[in-house]
Design a protein around this ligand. Structure first.
Ligand code: URA
Length: 451
């Protein structure tokens, strides 16, 4: 039903109203909320109006919060999710990389503990002549942010203009930088609201939020790393799968060659959880070494990204072993003001947990390790908090590894010793040593590919 104020066609998107001017609104937010509350479907025109009206402040936060809860409880049809994504894209600018000679391909991960894959992956893919425009974020809560990790490198800067980004894609082949405020501003506001209203977990809202930014970014191809498990944003495999399928459809509808890998996140990825230590571990992978799980996921994602741009025969392992990916990494760090040879920050205080008996590590839960690293200062509780780049956890063992009494299990690091007890508290009950000789199955990281 139209509101009493509705008189005309839907309001054109993104046109600011001069202050004080009375403008006929096409729809009424309360009608839209009621429709979704009563399990109805919203029309394309209603969704276009809603996102435009929310962006210009006509629809208020409490109204949008009520609608987000109705969507979380009652869902959206595929067409509604598509319309929501397109409306959020239309709320801001769209980037255009069509002037580049190279095909563009990006990756998005739904995030997990120790997930530093962007760092070795971007240079590896760029080493094969694909351009990788990676717009990333800072961390909030127990999962770290790619920009926070890279900012451990002295001099490295995350803020680039669109022109600088384009130039670096031309000269280096890859860029990792902060998404400008102009990209899907409706999502920025809605995401902050969802965060404080218990409505983050709605698949239509997550899918439209992630894909609106990726489509607006202008990449030609996209590979999604959708994680499931105790340390993931979506803990159940079936829900993660539904999210992945929804995002792949949204990308394809928008003309972006989109694929997804469903990957496990029950234990931390790699041996480093933090910022500077994750950069160190990524450099090890670029030097042809590094932990097996980080290498396995980096290689799987690189193959998928290169296949998506017609380079499916690339020998990605060779580019890690022979230094081609490392060359791109070094040029990338320099291009963004950093010194790839500068020492990374080291924490003032460390504490090593040791095995109290012989055994086999049977369990190491990602979420508590992420929380412990966060308490050490590696993450932030509020968007405005600084992170401590040297803080974090270095694992010495992973599930399935045998240990002897007194062997180190993990070392936790902080600049401030008072943070250490709270971090140790987070780890209580988060791991388990089984009797020597116990077989501990280690599942493959990639459970399913959606292509
Ligand atoms: N990341 C996003 O960008 N949006 C969401 O809704 C969830 C994760």
């Amino acid at each position: 039903m139209r509101s009493a104020r509705a008189r005309s066609t839907p309001t054109p998107q993104g046109i600011p109203r001069p202050e004080g001017q009375i403008v006929a609104e096409a729809f009424d937010a309360v009608d839209i909320i009621r429709t979704k509350r009563d399990r109805g479907a919203l029309s394309t025109e209603q969704i276009d109006w809603l996102i435009d009206a929310y962006t210009r402040g006509y629809v208020e936060d409490p109204q949008m919060a009520a609608l987000a809860m109705a969507i979380l409880l009652n869902g959206m049809e595929r067409r509604e999710i598509h319309d929501l994504t397109m409306a959020m894209i239309a709320s801001g600018e769209r980037m255009d990389f069509s002037s580049l000679d190279a095909p563009t391909v990006d990756k998005h991960s739904t995030g997990g503990v120790g997930d530093k894959i962007t760092l070795p992956l971007m240079p590896l893919v760029a080493a094969f002549g694909a351009a990788v425009p990676q717009l990333s974020g800072r961390g909030l809560g127990h999962t770290g942010g790619t920009l926070d990790k890279l900012e451990s490198i002295p001099g490295w800067r995350a803020e680039l203009t669109n022109d600088e980004m384009l130039e670096q894609l031309r000269t280096v082949g890859g860029v990792v930088c902060a998404a400008g405020t102009g990209l899907a501003p409706a999502d920025k506001r809605l995401y902050a609201l969802r965060d404080i209203t218990g409505t983050v977990e709605a698949i239509p809202l997550i899918a439209s939020s992630i894909m609106s930014k990726k489509i607006a970014e202008g990449t030609g191809a996209l590979v999604l790393d959708v994680k499931f498990g105790s340390g993931a944003f979506m803990q159940e495999f079936e829900r993660a799968r539904e999210l992945a399928l929804t995002m792949v459809e949204l990308g394809r509808d928008a003309g972006v060659e989109t694929r997804a890998l469903l990957t496990t996140m029950d234990v931390p990825l790699g041996l480093a959880i933090g910022n500077a230590n994750e950069v160190r571990e990524s450099v090890e992978v670029l030097a042809g070494g590094g932990p097996a799980d980080v290498v396995e996921l980096t290689v799987a994602l690189a193959r998928e990204m290169l296949d998506a741009v017609g380079k499916g025969d690339a020998d990605v392992e060779a580019a890690l072993a022979d230094g081609r990916a490392m060359d791109v990494w070094r040029r990338f760090v320099v291009a963004q003001g950093g010194d790839p040879d500068a020492p990374l920050p080291v924490a003032r205080e460390t504490h090593t947990v040791v095995a109290e008996a012989d055994g086999v590590l049977a369990r190491q839960e990602a979420l508590p390790f992420g929380i412990a690293a966060w308490r050490l200062g590696a993450g932030r509780a509020r968007a405005s908090d600084p992170v401590v780049h040297a803080a974090g956890i270095d694992l010495h063992v992973k599930p399935g590894d045998a240990v002897r009494k007194g062997d180190p299990l993990w070392t936790i690091s902080a600049d401030d010793a008072t943070r250490i007890p709270r971090a140790l508290e987070a780890l209580e009950g988060a791991w388990e040593l089984a009797a020597p000789g116990t077989a501990v199955p280690v599942p493959p990281i990639v459970r399913e590919r959606i292509a």
